[in-house]
Design a protein around this ligand. Structure first.
Ligand code: FE
Ligand code: FE
Ligand code: ZN
Length: 276
């Protein structure tokens, strides 16, 4: 069975997100842990979190994904910016213990002129300080488009982060179809791209997929998402992604520009293209 959902607003609360997901035929979803700008998160309501945990279990959801604010930069040269990323990640992971067994996804960061090596070193340091062997959340590095000085646009960069982290059994990777296409990895030649991923990182570390079309051509290093079938990747190629033997059992999450009805339609479309 295809596990699929979309990005939802966490403003409505945990259990409400679960109900919204059910109402659009989803069995997973993603939410921002706080305002994407990284502002203070509102206090966790343990009862609301417990109600979501119950709902996820009852309706056999695939793991859900909490997304870190995308403005955080653990690779920054500025110690204040790195500290802010570290404190936010640590606080988010503490909160995620109310939703045990799920995923926490973040953008590795941008080296902003320091060079890839230094950037990777800084990301590794932050991860080594926040990961706790007792935590119940898997932390995912997202594949990036390689826009600007972004780290993670090459599989090998993700591998180097994974290799540097001591508690790397707590880490995995989230593959974003828009980002990998923009980064120059072919989705029409998906076997080759996944073979490359397997060689560089290891397919067993792939824990989730962001299923998006792209506004820009392959290799553009842009990162602008398009609705399914309205971009340069196309429905047929994305159907190949959800049906690929190495991917088909993972949770797929839409991050396409859409309202709830649009998400419901895309979920229905992708379910109809899934060969089971
Ligand atoms: Fe992301
Ligand atoms: Fe994404
Ligand atoms: Zn993106």
């Amino acid at each position: 069975m295809l596990h699929i959902g979309c990005h939802l607003s966490s403003a409505e609360g945990f259990e409400a997100m679960g109900r919204t997901a059910l109402s659009i035929g989803a069995d997973t979803f993603q939410f921002f842990t706080r305002n994407p700008r990284g502002a203070r998160a509102k206090d966790i309501d343990p009862q609301d979190a417990a109600a979501l945990v119950q709902l996820l279990k009852e309706h056999r959801f695939a793991p859900i994904i909490a997304h870190a604010p995308y403005t955080l930069n653990p690779a920054s040269a500025d110690p204040k910016i790195r500290d802010f990323a570290l404190l936010t990640f640590a606080d988010d992971l503490k909160r995620m213990e109310y939703l045990p067994g799920n995923l926490y996804n973040f953008h590795p960061g941008s080296h902003v002129g320091q060079g890839v090596d230094k950037g990777i070193e800084r990301i590794v340091e932050v991860l080594n300080r926040i990961l706790d062997p007792k935590q119940h959340t898997t932390v995912l590095l997202e594949t990036m488009s390689g826009k600007g000085s972004e780290i993670g646009g090459k599989f090998d960069e993700l591998k180097r982060i994974l290799d540097g982290v001591k508690q790397n059994q707590l880490l995995g990777v989230c593959l974003d179809t828009c980002h990998v296409s923009d980064a120059g990895y072919s989705l029409t030649q998906l076997d080759d791209t996944l073979a490359e991923f397997d060689k560089q990182v290891g397919l067993s570390l792939l824990k989730a997929v962001h299923i998006n079309d792209s506004l820009n051509p392959p290799g553009s290093h842009k990162d602008r998402h398009a609705p399914i079938g309205q971009g340069t990747i196309g429905t047929k190629t994305l159907a190949g992604v959800i049906n690929h033997p190495a991917l088909k059992n993972l949770p797929f999450c839409l991050e396409t520009p859409n309202d709830l009805d649009g998400y419901a339609r895309e979920i229905k479309l992708l379910r109809s293209l899934y060969k089971g």
